[in-house]
Design a protein around this ligand. Structure first.
Ligand code: FEO
Length: 405
């Protein structure tokens, strides 16, 4: 049976959640599920903003039919053409053959690539700043290319001052039944997943997110309706500030993420010793990950959060341990920058891991190597203790210089 909520006068949330999907984009684990939001405006003209993933199509179409109450759908606004939001376009066009599909030239290019609609006469192409009057409500369109695909635009509803923001301000995590961010303890329920979503899905496009934020700053916004996660109607500054910080690659918190690869525990031993010594100096904000165990999306999310990293890995096949190499390529691909990094290497007969780690890190923007990389020849020996202490001191000094308290 349908499940909808009216979020403002004549504006209805008609989305849903998927708690069964194992991996978003078939890549990112989503233990808390994911929500797909769509919004239906009932006015002299009816307008649906985005659709949802095919996994919840049955409920979604029931929701839309219920809210329409026998009326036809006049407009279908497509802010984003990724299939987790556009999977129902064909079915909606079948049901409402006269519906005008609102998008930009790239939107229609992607529609033709994904589908075989043959309904170009239904296309309603908009340009930056164009307006569409529905009656009491007027929609205005602003392009936000690469947040997260090139065709992305956001839709601003002028009467209620609602921003329909596509993927922006979204998060992993199904709705807990309620749909507003102020109906949950967002910081504890969603924030880590919102950061993981941002870093891994949108993180590469910080410049484009900054451009979009500057554009949106000119609008009075009372509500943010993303296509994923809760609707924001209170304390909008909180999530706007997170997006601003994340997209500037500014750490949210001073602290250290220790990430290591270790085949037989010798590199892990060094990492534990570093963390222990930092703890003895009073550092409380640390996270440690075995990259062979934890999915990279979680490690990358914490790399986005904290100011410092310690990266440790052994040489493998005359190169770098594969899992660590893959993780660092992913981190570089997502454009992470502006972090302080200490290095730990291990080798038995070929000293390769430290130069490769250094090269990978130095090829990322605004990364600073802290201290002298610490190298272990198979296993750490007592004679190396002063050298390790020096590296720990350098990491600690760097944290304090950054304002760590
Ligand atoms: Fe949720 Fe870029 O799609």
């Amino acid at each position: 049976m349908y499940y909808v909520q009216e979020i403002a006068d004549s504006i209805h949330w008609v989305g849903g959640s998927d708690r069964r999907l194992e991996r978003f984009e078939n890549m990112f684990p989503i233990p808390h599920g994911v929500a797909y939001n769509s919004y239906l405006i009932m006015d002299e003209k009816t307008a649906l903003i985005d659709t949802v993933d095919s996994s919840i199509s049955a409920l979604y179409l029931e929701n839309v039919t219920h809210v329409l109450g026998g009326r036809s759908l006049d407009y279908l606004v497509i802010n984003h053409m990724e299939p987790d939001h556009c999977a129902n376009i064909e079915e909606l066009v079948r049901r409402y053959p006269d519906v005008k599909i609102v998008g930009n030239s790239k939107t229609f290019q992607f529609i033709e690539q994904f589908y075989s609609l043959n309904k170009s006469e239904n296309y309603c192409e908009v340009k930056e700043g164009d307006q569409l009057a529905l009656g009491k409500h007027t929609l205005q369109f602003f392009f936000a290319p690469m947040v997260h695909w090139p065709e992305v635009m956001v839709t601003y509803e002028q009467t209620e001052k609602i921003l329909f923001s596509a993927d922006a301000f979204g998060t992993f995590g199904a709705h807990p039944g309620t749909i507003f961010s102020d109906q949950v303890d967002f910081e504890h329920v969603y924030l880590d997943e919102a950061r993981r979503y941002y870093a891994n899905i949108v993180g590469k496009y910080g410049i484009q997110v900054q451009a979009a934020l500057k554009k949106l700053a000119a609008l009075e916004i009372r509500m943010i309706c993303s296509v994923h996660g809760p609707v924001w109607r209170k304390n909008l500054a909180y999530i706007l500030d997170k997006y601003d910080r994340w997209s500037r690659y500014e750490p949210e918190q001073k602290g250290v993420v220790l990430l290591y690869a270790s085949m037989y525990g010798n590199t892990e031993n060094v990492m534990n010793r570093i963390a222990g010594k930092l703890g003895e100096k009073g550092v409380r904000d640390m996270r440690m990950y075995d990259v062979s165990k934890t999915h990279p999306s979680y490690i990358i999310a914490d790399a986005w959060k904290y100011s410092h990293m310690v990266i440790g890995a052994p040489t493998y096949n005359m190169g770098l341990y594969f899992v660590m190499e893959a993780l660092l390529h992913e981190m570089a691909g997502l454009n992470l920058q502006n972090r302080k990094v200490a290095l730990v290497g291990n080798y038995t007969w070929a000293c390769k891991s430290v130069p490769i780690l250094r090269n990978l890190i130095e090829n990322m923007k605004k990364m600073q190597i802290v201290g002298k990389p610490f190298e272990v020849n198979s296993a750490m020996k007592a004679a190396q203790e002063p050298e390790l202490d020096k590296l720990v001191e350098d990491i600690y000094t760097s944290l304090i210089a950054d304002g760590y308290q």
